[in-house]
Ligand binder design. Structure first.
Ligand SMILES: C[C@@]1(CC(=O)O)C2=NC(=C\c3[nH]c(c(CCC(=O)O)c3CC(=O)O)Cc3[nH]c(c(CC(=O)O)c3CCC(=O)O)/C=C3\N/C(=C\2)[C@@H](CCC(=O)O)[C@]3(C)CC(=O)O)/[C@H]1CCC(=O)O
Ligand SMILES: NC(=O)c1ccc[n+]([C@@H]2O[C@H](COP(=O)([O-])OP(=O)(O)OC[C@H]3O[C@@H](n4cnc5c(N)ncnc54)[C@H](O)[C@@H]3O)[C@@H](O)[C@H]2O)c1
Length: 222
């Protein structure tokens, strides 16, 4: 069992290849699209209706045929998600030889990385993994976190980012700036618990007004 190192990968301009076209390959493909994969190719003789739809809309390139070694050539990420154990092993071996990072959907996650269950709220990504101990537990935790930090949390994260940019230029004192940013994050966490699904925290207050209010609070707390 690997210890696993969590990281967030920028897939802009990267070639990603999914081998297989069943429900598992579909899930990996949707995750790659959410994750901004630059060039996404799915190779399989048989694919789900959703993958078919993504090919028609041009979101993925679909190669409706069996996998060939050349599919691994030039790939940055490779996903072995077929129901054929021997083939998934071959894809992993090709990836190792050709320098692609590989994920295998079977065999205890043999390969270079595992895919976590993820909640996306704008720039916030919450990713959960059990390293193969219980993928279902990862999915259940993902569902709980998605409920706890609902869709409206995206706007809250966006406001925090705007505030941070403004504070970087608008508050010269580094200690005061970090106190303001901490108060803002703490307030946002508290609000997350009471935020209506379609509501926006502090709607109506500009970022400048929010920063000034936080600044007063931080100065009082010094
Ligand atoms: C989190 C998630 C992300 C995703 O796939 O996007 C994910 N599996 C999910 C669901 C899921 N997987 C399975 C079931 C059926 C129940 C069951 O059998 O337990 C369900 C439930 C369902 O389908 O609802 C079965 C399964 N999974 C793996 C094997 C092979 C093995 O362990 O040997 C088998 C047995 C296959 C068989 O028996 O033939 C392997 C892996 N699955 C992983 C990720 C990696 C470790 C993650 C971790 O442990 O945290 C790893 C190691 C490799 C990888 O795929 O990267 C996604 C939930 C997404 C979400 O809902 O948000
Ligand atoms: N990691 C996970 O999250 C997870 C979850 C459940 C199951 N699994 C494993 O993943 C495997 C795939 O699951 P599924 O439900 O998507 O299977 P599935 O049987 O629905 O689909 C298999 C896909 O592989 C394709 N395929 C077969 N031979 C191929 C070849 N030579 N080249 C290219 N594509 C080929 C088929 O066309 C089909 O699209 C399962 O066998 C299981 O071991 C993994």
């Amino acid at each position: 069992m690997a210890a696993y190192y969590p990281m967030m990968m920028d897939l802009t301009g990267r070639r990603c290849v999914v081998v297989g076209g069943g429900p598992v390959a579909e899930r990996k493909t949707l995750g790659l699209l959410d994750g901004g994969a630059g060039e996404l190719i799915v190779v399989a003789p048989r694919v789900t209706a959703k993958l078919e739809e993504l090919a028609v809309s041009g979101s993925i390139a679909l190669e409706r045929r069996e996998y060939m070694e050349s599919d691994a050539d030039g790939a940055f990420l490779l996903f072995a998600a077929t129901d054929d154990r021997l083939l998934n092993g071959r894809v992993a071996a090709d990836a190792a030889r050709l320098g692609a990072l590989v994920n295998t959907a079977d065999a205890g996650g043999e390969g270079d990385f595992a895919t976590p269950a993820a909640v996306r709220r704008g720039e916030l990504v919450i990713a959960v993994t059990t390293g193969g101990a219980s993928p279902v537990l990862a999915a259940l935790l993902r569902r709980r976190l998605a409920g706890q930090y609902g869709p409206a949390f995206e706007a809250s994260v966006g406001r925090l980012h705007e505030l941070r940019l403004l504070a970087q230029t608008g508050i010269a004192d580094a200690g005061l700036r970090s106190a303001v940013l901490r108060l803002a994050a703490e307030q946002t966490m508290r609000e997350a618990e009471s935020l209506p699904a379609d509501g926006e925290a502090n709607a109506g207050e500009t970022i400048e007004q929010w920063m000034s209010r936080l600044r007063d609070a931080a100065e009082r707390g010094r």
